[in-house]
Design a protein around this ligand. Structure first.
Ligand code: DGT
Length: 262
Protein backbone atom coordinates (compact mmCIF):
# COMPACT_ATOMS: atom_id res chain seq x y z
CA UNK A 1 0.00 0.00 0.00
CA UNK A 2 2.72 2.35 1.04
CA UNK A 3 4.48 1.50 -2.18
CA UNK A 4 1.52 2.38 -4.40
CA UNK A 5 0.82 5.66 -2.63
CA UNK A 6 4.47 6.60 -3.02
CA UNK A 7 4.19 5.83 -6.69
CA UNK A 8 1.08 7.92 -6.91
CA UNK A 9 2.84 10.90 -5.42
CA UNK A 10 5.81 10.46 -7.78
CA UNK A 11 3.35 10.40 -10.68
CA UNK A 12 1.73 13.55 -9.39
CA UNK A 13 5.12 15.20 -9.13
CA UNK A 14 6.07 14.14 -12.64
CA UNK A 15 2.73 15.39 -13.89
CA UNK A 16 3.29 18.71 -12.17
CA UNK A 17 6.77 18.96 -13.71
CA UNK A 18 5.27 18.31 -17.14
CA UNK A 19 2.84 21.22 -16.70
CA UNK A 20 5.56 23.67 -15.76
CA UNK A 21 7.82 25.46 -18.18
CA UNK A 22 11.16 26.52 -16.77
CA UNK A 23 13.12 29.39 -18.25
CA UNK A 24 16.29 31.14 -17.23
CA UNK A 25 17.17 34.77 -17.81
CA UNK A 26 20.76 35.14 -18.94
CA UNK A 27 22.94 38.14 -19.69
CA UNK A 28 26.10 39.96 -18.66
CA UNK A 29 26.75 41.40 -15.19
CA UNK A 30 24.53 44.44 -14.54
CA UNK A 31 22.62 44.13 -17.83
CA UNK A 32 19.34 44.35 -15.90
CA UNK A 33 18.30 40.74 -15.28
CA UNK A 34 16.83 41.54 -11.86
CA UNK A 35 14.85 44.46 -13.25
CA UNK A 36 13.59 42.27 -16.05
CA UNK A 37 12.75 39.49 -13.57
CA UNK A 38 10.73 41.96 -11.48
CA UNK A 39 8.92 43.08 -14.60
CA UNK A 40 7.90 39.50 -15.33
CA UNK A 41 6.77 38.77 -11.80
CA UNK A 42 4.69 41.96 -11.75
CA UNK A 43 3.07 41.08 -15.07
CA UNK A 44 0.39 39.24 -13.11
CA UNK A 45 0.53 36.05 -15.13
CA UNK A 46 1.04 32.53 -14.05
CA UNK A 47 4.76 33.14 -13.73
CA UNK A 48 6.98 32.62 -10.71
CA UNK A 49 10.34 34.37 -10.77
CA UNK A 50 13.18 33.28 -8.48
CA UNK A 51 15.90 35.91 -8.03
CA UNK A 52 19.57 35.05 -8.04
CA UNK A 53 20.91 34.47 -4.51
CA UNK A 54 23.71 37.09 -4.65
CA UNK A 55 23.25 37.87 -0.94
CA UNK A 56 24.08 34.26 -0.07
CA UNK A 57 27.47 34.60 -1.71
CA UNK A 58 28.06 37.83 0.17
CA UNK A 59 27.44 36.14 3.51
CA UNK A 60 28.22 32.45 3.36
CA UNK A 61 27.92 31.87 7.12
CA UNK A 62 24.37 33.16 7.27
CA UNK A 63 23.35 31.35 4.10
CA UNK A 64 24.56 28.02 5.45
CA UNK A 65 23.08 28.47 8.91
CA UNK A 66 19.66 29.03 7.32
CA UNK A 67 19.91 25.60 5.73
CA UNK A 68 21.57 23.56 8.48
CA UNK A 69 23.27 23.82 11.89
CA UNK A 70 25.94 26.54 12.21
CA UNK A 71 29.42 25.54 11.08
CA UNK A 72 31.41 23.63 13.75
CA UNK A 73 34.33 26.07 13.97
CA UNK A 74 33.18 29.26 15.76
CA UNK A 75 36.64 30.92 15.81
CA UNK A 76 36.41 31.84 12.16
CA UNK A 77 33.31 32.84 10.30
CA UNK A 78 32.71 32.08 6.65
CA UNK A 79 32.93 35.30 4.73
CA UNK A 80 31.97 37.26 1.67
CA UNK A 81 32.77 34.81 -1.10
CA UNK A 82 31.85 37.25 -3.86
CA UNK A 83 34.44 39.70 -2.56
CA UNK A 84 37.04 36.98 -2.01
CA UNK A 85 36.55 35.76 -5.57
CA UNK A 86 37.07 39.23 -7.05
CA UNK A 87 40.06 39.98 -4.81
CA UNK A 88 41.89 36.71 -5.41
CA UNK A 89 40.32 34.87 -8.36
CA UNK A 90 43.01 32.19 -8.57
CA UNK A 91 42.44 31.18 -4.96
CA UNK A 92 38.67 31.50 -4.79
CA UNK A 93 37.06 31.02 -8.21
CA UNK A 94 36.69 27.27 -7.93
CA UNK A 95 35.22 27.57 -4.43
CA UNK A 96 32.90 30.28 -5.68
CA UNK A 97 31.67 28.10 -8.55
CA UNK A 98 30.94 25.19 -6.22
CA UNK A 99 28.87 27.43 -3.96
CA UNK A 100 27.09 29.38 -6.72
CA UNK A 101 26.24 26.16 -8.52
CA UNK A 102 24.97 24.56 -5.31
CA UNK A 103 22.71 27.52 -4.61
CA UNK A 104 21.45 27.45 -8.22
CA UNK A 105 20.89 23.72 -7.98
CA UNK A 106 18.82 24.21 -4.81
CA UNK A 107 16.76 26.90 -6.55
CA UNK A 108 16.10 24.78 -9.63
CA UNK A 109 15.11 21.79 -7.51
CA UNK A 110 12.41 23.72 -5.67
CA UNK A 111 9.04 22.33 -6.76
CA UNK A 112 6.65 24.87 -8.26
CA UNK A 113 4.32 26.45 -5.67
CA UNK A 114 0.93 24.73 -5.43
CA UNK A 115 -1.01 27.88 -6.35
CA UNK A 116 0.94 28.06 -9.60
CA UNK A 117 -0.18 24.56 -10.54
CA UNK A 118 -3.78 25.13 -9.54
CA UNK A 119 -4.09 28.17 -11.73
CA UNK A 120 -4.98 26.09 -14.76
CA UNK A 121 -2.85 26.52 -17.84
CA UNK A 122 0.86 25.92 -18.04
CA UNK A 123 2.75 27.51 -15.16
CA UNK A 124 6.09 29.17 -15.76
CA UNK A 125 9.06 29.20 -13.41
CA UNK A 126 11.71 31.76 -14.27
CA UNK A 127 15.22 31.74 -12.81
CA UNK A 128 17.87 34.44 -12.86
CA UNK A 129 20.73 32.47 -14.38
CA UNK A 130 21.01 28.73 -14.02
CA UNK A 131 23.26 25.80 -13.28
CA UNK A 132 24.02 25.86 -17.02
CA UNK A 133 25.29 29.44 -17.21
CA UNK A 134 27.23 28.69 -14.04
CA UNK A 135 29.18 26.21 -16.15
CA UNK A 136 29.07 27.41 -19.75
CA UNK A 137 29.44 31.13 -19.03
CA UNK A 138 31.20 31.73 -15.71
CA UNK A 139 33.22 28.62 -14.86
CA UNK A 140 34.32 28.25 -18.47
CA UNK A 141 35.32 31.91 -18.58
CA UNK A 142 37.28 31.59 -15.33
CA UNK A 143 39.03 28.55 -16.73
CA UNK A 144 39.95 30.41 -19.91
CA UNK A 145 41.20 33.38 -17.87
CA UNK A 146 43.29 31.13 -15.61
CA UNK A 147 41.25 31.70 -12.43
CA UNK A 148 40.38 28.00 -12.43
CA UNK A 149 43.15 25.58 -13.34
CA UNK A 150 42.70 22.55 -15.58
CA UNK A 151 42.41 20.12 -12.65
CA UNK A 152 39.70 22.24 -11.00
CA UNK A 153 37.91 22.59 -14.33
CA UNK A 154 37.95 18.81 -14.86
CA UNK A 155 36.64 18.22 -11.31
CA UNK A 156 33.93 20.88 -11.74
CA UNK A 157 32.73 19.40 -15.03
CA UNK A 158 32.71 15.91 -13.56
CA UNK A 159 30.46 16.67 -10.60
CA UNK A 160 28.35 19.10 -12.62
CA UNK A 161 27.58 16.47 -15.29
CA UNK A 162 26.97 13.84 -12.64
CA UNK A 163 24.46 15.97 -10.72
CA UNK A 164 22.63 17.16 -13.83
CA UNK A 165 22.30 13.58 -15.05
CA UNK A 166 21.17 12.34 -11.62
CA UNK A 167 18.49 15.02 -11.23
CA UNK A 168 17.34 14.61 -14.81
CA UNK A 169 14.08 16.37 -15.80
CA UNK A 170 13.84 18.14 -12.43
CA UNK A 171 16.64 20.53 -13.41
CA UNK A 172 15.98 20.84 -17.12
CA UNK A 173 15.00 24.10 -18.80
CA UNK A 174 12.54 24.58 -21.65
CA UNK A 175 13.87 27.94 -22.80
CA UNK A 176 16.34 30.74 -22.24
CA UNK A 177 15.83 34.50 -22.36
CA UNK A 178 19.05 36.26 -23.33
CA UNK A 179 19.13 39.91 -22.35
CA UNK A 180 21.76 41.20 -24.72
CA UNK A 181 23.70 44.45 -24.45
CA UNK A 182 27.15 45.77 -25.32
CA UNK A 183 29.68 45.30 -22.49
CA UNK A 184 30.16 49.08 -22.39
CA UNK A 185 26.48 49.55 -21.47
CA UNK A 186 26.82 46.93 -18.71
CA UNK A 187 29.94 48.68 -17.44
CA UNK A 188 28.06 51.96 -17.14
CA UNK A 189 25.19 50.29 -15.26
CA UNK A 190 27.63 48.44 -13.02
CA UNK A 191 29.40 51.68 -12.12
CA UNK A 192 26.06 53.40 -11.54
CA UNK A 193 24.77 50.75 -9.12
CA UNK A 194 28.02 50.75 -7.11
CA UNK A 195 27.97 47.25 -5.58
CA UNK A 196 31.05 47.31 -3.36
CA UNK A 197 32.52 43.93 -4.33
CA UNK A 198 32.40 44.85 -8.03
CA UNK A 199 34.43 48.04 -7.89
CA UNK A 200 37.55 46.39 -9.34
CA UNK A 201 35.76 44.93 -12.38
CA UNK A 202 37.24 46.17 -15.65
CA UNK A 203 35.59 46.42 -19.03
CA UNK A 204 37.71 43.59 -20.42
CA UNK A 205 36.22 41.13 -17.89
CA UNK A 206 32.72 42.07 -19.09
CA UNK A 207 33.95 41.64 -22.65
CA UNK A 208 35.08 38.07 -21.96
CA UNK A 209 31.71 37.28 -20.37
CA UNK A 210 29.91 38.89 -23.31
CA UNK A 211 31.86 36.63 -25.66
CA UNK A 212 30.79 33.56 -23.67
CA UNK A 213 27.12 34.61 -23.95
CA UNK A 214 27.47 35.31 -27.65
CA UNK A 215 29.21 32.00 -28.32
CA UNK A 216 26.44 30.07 -26.65
CA UNK A 217 23.28 31.97 -27.58
CA UNK A 218 24.11 33.66 -30.89
CA UNK A 219 26.97 31.81 -32.60
CA UNK A 220 25.91 28.47 -31.06
CA UNK A 221 29.54 27.46 -30.91
CA UNK A 222 29.64 26.49 -27.23
CA UNK A 223 29.85 22.74 -26.78
CA UNK A 224 27.01 21.83 -24.43
CA UNK A 225 26.97 18.31 -23.07
CA UNK A 226 23.31 17.90 -22.20
CA UNK A 227 20.90 16.75 -24.89
CA UNK A 228 18.05 19.00 -23.76
CA UNK A 229 20.25 22.08 -24.15
CA UNK A 230 21.41 21.33 -27.67
CA UNK A 231 18.36 22.80 -29.41
CA UNK A 232 16.89 24.81 -26.56
CA UNK A 233 14.83 27.82 -27.77
CA UNK A 234 16.52 31.15 -27.02
CA UNK A 235 14.65 34.44 -26.96
CA UNK A 236 17.06 37.33 -27.54
CA UNK A 237 15.93 40.68 -26.13
CA UNK A 238 17.63 44.03 -26.56
CA UNK A 239 18.98 44.77 -23.10
CA UNK A 240 20.58 48.00 -24.19
CA UNK A 241 17.18 49.70 -24.05
CA UNK A 242 16.40 51.49 -20.79
CA UNK A 243 13.19 49.57 -20.20
CA UNK A 244 12.91 50.19 -16.46
CA UNK A 245 10.99 53.41 -16.90
CA UNK A 246 9.51 52.79 -20.34
CA UNK A 247 6.08 51.17 -20.07
CA UNK A 248 5.72 50.75 -23.83
CA UNK A 249 8.95 48.80 -23.97
CA UNK A 250 7.87 46.74 -20.97
CA UNK A 251 4.63 45.75 -22.70
CA UNK A 252 6.60 44.80 -25.78
CA UNK A 253 8.93 42.59 -23.75
CA UNK A 254 6.04 40.88 -21.96
CA UNK A 255 4.38 40.18 -25.32
CA UNK A 256 7.61 38.74 -26.68
CA UNK A 257 7.96 36.44 -23.67
CA UNK A 258 4.28 35.40 -23.92
CA UNK A 259 4.72 34.53 -27.60
CA UNK A 260 7.92 32.69 -26.82
CA UNK A 261 6.01 30.50 -24.38
CA UNK A 262 3.33 29.47 -26.89
P1 DGT B 1 21.61 42.25 -13.21
O1 DGT B 1 20.30 42.08 -12.53
O2 DGT B 1 21.57 41.91 -14.67
O3 DGT B 1 22.23 43.57 -12.92
O4 DGT B 1 22.51 41.11 -12.63
P2 DGT B 1 23.54 41.12 -11.47
O5 DGT B 1 24.82 41.75 -11.92
O6 DGT B 1 22.94 41.60 -10.19
O7 DGT B 1 23.71 39.59 -11.32
P3 DGT B 1 24.82 38.71 -11.92
O8 DGT B 1 24.25 37.37 -12.20
O9 DGT B 1 25.43 39.31 -13.09
O10 DGT B 1 25.80 38.47 -10.72
C1 DGT B 1 25.94 39.19 -9.52
C2 DGT B 1 27.42 39.20 -9.18
O11 DGT B 1 27.90 37.88 -9.01
C3 DGT B 1 28.27 39.80 -10.27
O12 DGT B 1 29.36 40.48 -9.67
C4 DGT B 1 28.77 38.62 -11.03
C5 DGT B 1 28.87 37.56 -10.00
N1 DGT B 1 28.56 36.20 -10.46
C6 DGT B 1 27.33 35.68 -10.65
N2 DGT B 1 27.40 34.41 -10.98
C7 DGT B 1 28.70 34.10 -11.03
C8 DGT B 1 29.41 32.92 -11.30
O13 DGT B 1 28.86 31.84 -11.56
N3 DGT B 1 30.76 33.01 -11.25
C9 DGT B 1 31.43 34.15 -10.97
N4 DGT B 1 32.75 34.14 -10.94
N5 DGT B 1 30.80 35.29 -10.69
C10 DGT B 1 29.45 35.25 -10.71
Amino acid sequence: LQHSSQRHSINQTMDAIARVKRLSIEGNIAVGKSTFARLLSNAGRNWEVTPEPVSKWQNVEEAISQIRQPLPSPQQTAGNLLQMMYQDPKRWSYTFQTFSCMSRMRTQLQPPPVQLLQAGDVAVQVYERSIYSDRYIFAQNMFELGGINSTEWAVYQDWHSFLVEQFGPKVQLEGIIYLRAPPQTCMERLTRRGREEEQGIQLDYLETLHKQHENWFINKSTKVHFEHLKNIPVLVLDGSLEFESDSEMQTKFITEVTNFLQ
